[in-house]
Design a protein around this ligand. Structure first.
Ligand code: GTP
Ligand code: MG
Length: 345
């Protein structure tokens, strides 16, 4: 791990796209492979998010020398639902994201929520990549699990390559229609000018090393300056969901994207009326699967540092609003923080 990354926070990567195009499968693949690689424990399951450390990503990319090149501590992936009813959730994910992946089923092509995702990312000016998923379903495609795209592509017959090219350039054409200059990732020389498109199979893992590599490249290029943060600064996050939990009462699931938060801290949460001012009763993370003998699915932790997904238990948070800001306050900053939260609703 490079020295400088100590003060860089983990970039948040949001996975977006049309329903059933394979967002969750892609994340499972990234998560699963990393665990199978004997790195158990290295993957941290967050509330609403999965953290993959840089060492695991670099190993997956197959070139250990990269570890010194990349300065982010890892990537925090957030899944979003593709169903059309979840526009606000997708928009929220999009606004949180430092980077994004738009998943397109290569056999189905562009669909309404593909376009919606692109518009959200345009609006927030989020750097992103597109993956054309499910290449394993192209007629007569021979799968080579876990291999890079170019490696598996070279092993296909000319007929299969032809079918692939046709479907792939159809997607590129649609991207042009949406105003994006796009090309296959290995042909892109400047990711600032051209959108990189990576063909993958979330099911077989083909192309996944390329996805991770291109994401790291984007993080390095676009985010270095915006990822510096003060580990001890006030915690700042966004509410993903307000949830009743057995034994805990009302809780809020939050993605913390700046600073840190501790048990006992005063926080201000946005809602439709006056912002809620309350104290963190407990910070909770999901329990490891090996600990299922416990009654609760959650485990209390004393402190979280951005970027992280965390469940917060606190009094009087029933009116908290999904999508609203959560900001830590001190007696000195409380009035100012309340105004800030109000202005962001
Ligand atoms: P929503 O969360 O409902 O928007 O869907 P999603 O985008 O998360 O899709 P999901 O990962 O749940 O995949 C939908 C279906 O497609 C599942 O049956 C997956 O097994 C299948 N699928 C996903 N990726 C691939 C792939 O690369 N190849 C094949 N053959 N099937 C895939
Ligand atoms: Mg899903």
């Amino acid at each position: 791990m490079a020295e400088e990354n100590k003060n860089l926070r983990t970039p948040i990567v949001c996975v977006m796209g049309h329903v059933d195009h394979g967002k969750t499968t892609l994340l499972d693949q990234i998560r699963g492979t990393a665990i199978v690689k004997g790195e158990a424990g290295a993957i941290t399951q967050h509330i609403g998010a999965t953290e993959v450390p840089i060492d695991v990503i670099v190993e997956k990319c197959g070139d250990k020398r990269l570890a010194d090149k990349f300065i982010v501590p890892g990537l925090l992936f957030i899944d979003t639902p593709g169903h059309h009813a979840f526009t606000t959730l997708r928009s929220r994910g999009g606004s949180l994201a430092d980077l994004a992946i738009v998943v397109v089923d290569i056999n189905e092509g562009f669909k309404p929520q593909t376009i919606e995702s692109l518009n959200i990312l345009k609006r927030f000016k989020t750097p992103f990549i597109v993956v054309t998923n499910k290449i394993d379903r192209i007629l007569n495609w021979k799968s080579h699990p876990g291999e890079s795209f170019l490696s598996t592509y070279k092993k296909q017959t000319p007929e299969v390559q032809g079918i692939f090219e046709q479907k792939f350039y159809d997607v590129i054409g649609h991207l042009y229609e949406q105003g994006f200059s796009a090309d296959r990732f290995d042909r892109v020389t400047d990711f600032q000018k051209t959108l990189g498109v990576v063909p993958i199979s979330g099911l077989t893992g083909e192309g996944i090393p390329d996805v991770l590599m291109v994401l790291l490249g984007l993080a390095q290029r676009f985010l270095e300056s915006s990822l510096h943060y003060d580990v001890n600064g006030p915690g700042v996050g966004t509410v993903l969901e307000v949830k009743e939990e057995k034994g805990l009462g009302t809780t809020v699931d939050v993605i913390l994207y700046d600073g840190s938060l501790q048990k006992g801290d005063t926080i201000v949460i946005g809602c439709l009326g006056e912002p809620i001012v309350t104290k963190v009763r407990a910070l909770l993370k999901p329990r490891e699967l090996s600990e299922i003998r416990y009654e609760s699915k959650f485990q209390p932790i004393p402190k979280v540092t951005a970027a992280a997904g965390v469940k917060i238990s606190a009094p009087d948070i029933g009116d908290a609003l999904a999508g609203a800001p959560v900001i830590q306050a001190t007696p000195e900053t409380l009035d100012e923080v309340i105004e800030k939260v109000k202005s962001e609703i």
